[in-house]
Design a protein around this ligand. Structure first.
Ligand SMILES: C[S@@+](CC[C@H](N)C(=O)[O-])C[C@H]1O[C@@H](n2cnc3c(N)ncnc32)[C@H](O)[C@@H]1O
Ligand SMILES: [Zn+2]
Length: 321
């Protein structure tokens, strides 16, 4: 197995469960759509002798890291710097027609979260960036806060952060802008949120998380367009699977999990159209079997070893013939 000094940097979440449900087999072709530090990818390649892997990540830093980690597997691993929204283009480039399994372990990697300069975390003071692909030319979180209206900022924090105090937070962000002190750093944003809703984060903050946690999550989702691309990605991933191929998705918050759950249900044939509509327009069609009636979650041991796994949910489906 390739040596990797930073092995402890990131424990891959629900690793055993993912491998089992993907049902990795010798000679199979697997796509890891969120390569990150390459933990799941390494485990897939190690668990079946002739399995091949196509790894995708939109973060060039993660690509560099995973490339080193997987060098020992030679040409069994091929790595692409791309958005998983382009999974079909990547597979065409790799001259792979169909895959036996696709995995997406969503969200940020510890490399992103623990590298202060990337601006994902209020634990480090850094420019408020949050782009997983800084080369994409997309707006940074600071630019979003500079350009959106107060109402748009409030809606974004409410929808993507499920933050009840979104209006108060948006008001204070825009007030800072108005007095000529726009928010440009993680620390300024964390302080602004704290000033808007108090250090405790309001009475509803039963989990005792930092008051800015939800606002940071919301901005990250918006900056990276994380929710918009998910349903289409799931449909494309099912398209590229062989019959009996598996799609496994790990999510870290309820907004993502809801999209995965509903898209799986639609692809399993459940119609979400309003009642009495003459013809189904929601895209329901029976193409998959859902293998996880309830999402698989981490057990106490994993949660105590890796707190990030606390909110992880794994859903897996199988493509029908
Ligand atoms: C939680 S980490 C994956 C960790 C990996 N499974 C491991 O075991 O090391 C998620 C990764 O997905 C990448 N990512 C998130 N959204 C993406 C997208 N739309 N396209 C490509 N990569 C994406 C992030 O850049 C990050 O590196
Ligand atoms: Zn329908």
């Amino acid at each position: 197995m390739p040596e990797n000094k930073a092995e402890n940097l990131h424990a891959s979440v629900l690793l055993g469960e993912t491998l089992e449900l993907l049902s990795v087999r010798d000679g199979g072709v697997y796509v890891d759509a969120t390569l990150g530090l390459g933990g799941h990818a390494e485990a897939i390649l190690s668990s079946a002798e002739n399995a091949r892997l196509i790894g995708i990540d939109q973060d060039a830093q993660a690509i560099g890291f995973a490339e080193k980690r997987l060098t020992g597997f030679g040409n069994r691993a091929r790595i692409f710097h791309a958005n998983f929204a382009d999974i079909k283009t990547v597979l065409r480039e790799a001259e792979i027609e169909k895959a036996d399994g696709v995995l997406a372990d969503l969200g940020v990697s510890s490399l992103q979260f623990d590298t202060g300069e990337r601006g994902f975390s209020f634990r480090f003071d850094a420019p408020l960036d949050m782009r997983m692909d800084p080369e994409s030319g997309a707006e940074t979180a600071a630019e979003l806060l500079e350009n959106l209206s107060e109402e748009q900022i409030a809606d974004l924090i409410y929808q993507y952060g499920e933050e009840r105090a979104s209006r108060r937070i948006a008001r204070r962000i825009v007030w800072k802008r108005e007095i000529g002190e726009p928010i440009t750093t993680t620390k300024e944003l964390a302080e602004t949120v704290e000033k808007a809703i108090g250090r405790a984060g309001g009475a509803k903050n039963r989990d005792k998380i930092h008051p800015a946690t939800r606002t940071f999550q919301a901005l990250r989702i918006a900056v990276n367009g994380e929710l918009e691309i998910l349903e289409n990605f799931i449909r494309d991933a099912v398209d590229v699977l062989k019959p009996d191929g598996r799609l496994a998705i790990i999510t870290f918050h309820s907004l993502e999990d809801r999209i995965v759950k509903q898209t799986f249900q639609k692809l399993a044939g459940k119609c979400f159209c309003p009642p009495r509509i003459p013809k189904c327009v929601c895209g329901a069609e029976k193409r998959i079997e859902i293998l996880t009636r309830k999402p698989v979650v981490a057990d106490e041991t994993e949660i105590s070893e890796n707190p990030r796994s606390r909110s992880a949910k794994l859903r897996v489906c199988r493509k029908l013939d």
